[in-house]
Design a protein around this ligand. Structure first.
Ligand SMILES: *Cc1c(COP(=O)(O)O)cnc(C)c1O
Length: 365
């Protein structure tokens, strides 16, 4: 009898399937909890834009129709927002999909993909499914970027370089001058993917800023998502900005109806909701102060963050995370870091609940 295993493409067996964490519902049942505070996925504590919710409701009666396969209205809105052309924009089923599409477009088995460490796990996933090798370049001890080291990791075989700013899970940024330094030295055969999932939360004056001229360089791709600032993680919509020529190839591997109707409508509405965006940014600013104050009070270190989450130093992070969960507070440990937990900023109430449980848990371990 043929074994399925023998029919599978080389390398697939080595990929670890994505293991979703326990859901808030499962946790509630497991410990008989009344309330679960979900601070483990960098979601927007304020929820979706009310304008997006209204647009979604209006769209429901049209769900028997296929979506616009080119996501034209969303791309128009995004192009106007960034002062770019329609052709510079590609919309995806989350920016996760765009990472996969870029990997499928560019990577051959044996190619190399350079990424910071620790950083977002999807970069490695995209490489793995194509049989490419990920070269992870450690950030500095304080989790700032070491651009010299990143450049040194680039070889003849390097096809893609990922830069995530602010970086997930550290919250640290690639500065504008570091980005310029790298872009001016990188060989032409490297596609640079700048993942700006959290950039709209960043207030540092040295942060990387996308300027329209950037996209005259066909090697550069910038990724954005509606999952964080816009509070639409459950709908799955993200976008990429790049030179037209690059998208012409990526569009050949994209599924015809990759972004559903509801997501398209919601994205257009959310982008226009200036008030929700402002409130979300303001909430994150206030939460940053709360968390640095809380860390000081708890006597633990915190990496200064430009995102909507904080990386906190705690010994035995895995154990602390488990204990927090038992008390109904979900945070994340892992990322190859043994003594750090990542905590997403919640509502004022949720942040306070986290602090109380954290005091209790730290006293117990
Ligand atoms: C959350 C996140 C994304 C967004 O992914 P979506 O697929 O758009 O939900 C992208 N990059 C990073 C670094 C993230 O943390």
């Amino acid at each position: 009898m043929t074994r399925i295993k023998d029919q599978v493409r080389p390398g697939i067996e080595e990929i670890q399937p994505y293991v979703p964490g326990i859901t808030d519902d499962e946790l509630r049942k497991m410990y008989g909890l009344k309330r679960v505070v979900k601070l483990n996925a960098n979601e927007n504590a304020l929820g979706p834009s009310p304008k997006a919710i209204a647009a979604i409701q209006e769209e429901l009666t049209a769900l028997h129709h296929y979506p616009d396969g080119s996501s034209e209205l969303v791309r128009q809105a995004i192009a106007a927002y960034h002062t770019l052309q329609l052709e510079n924009v590609l919309v995806g089923n989350g920016s996760d999909e765009i990472i996969k599409l870029l990997s499928e477009t560019f990577l051959n088995p044996g190619d190399e993909v350079v990424s910071p460490k620790p950083s977002f796990s999807q970069y490695g996933f995209g490489a793995a499914i194509m049989g490419a090798n990920v070269i992870q370049v450690p950030l500095n001890e304080d989790f700032s970027y070491d651009v010299q080291r990143l450049l040194e990791a680039v070889t003849e075989r390097t096809k893609m370089l990922y830069l995530c700013t602010p970086n997930n899970p550290t919250g640290t940024i690639l500065t504008a001058s570091q980005a310029d330094w790298l872009l001016s030295r990188l060989p032409k055969h490297v596609v640079v993917v700048m993942d700006l999932a959290y950039n709209d939360y960043s207030v540092a004056n040295k942060r990387f800023v996308e300027y329209p001229e950037l996209f005259q360089d066909p090697r550069v791709v910038v990724l954005h998502t509606f999952s964080k600032l816009y509070g639409l993680a459950g709908l799955r919509v993200g976008y990429g900005l790049a030179h037209t020529e690059l998208w012409e190839f990526v569009n050949r591997v994209r599924e015809p109806f990759n972004v559903n109707r509801v997501a398209q409508r919601a994205a257009v509405a959310a982008l226009k909701d200036e008030s929700h965006r402002r409130r979300s940014q303001e909430h994150v600013r206030q939460s940053r102060e709360f968390f640095s104050e809380a860390a000081r009070g708890l006597g633990i270190g915190l990496t200064p963050t430009e995102a909507n989450f904080a990386l906190l130093n705690v010994r035995n992070a895995k154990r602390v995370t488990d204990l927090l969960m038992e008390h109904g507070v979900m945070v994340r440990a892992g990322f190859g870091l043994e003594d750090q937990i990542r905590v997403t900023f919640g509502t004022e109430d949720e942040n306070q609940a986290w602090l109380e449980v954290m005091q209790h848990v730290l006293a117990a371990v």
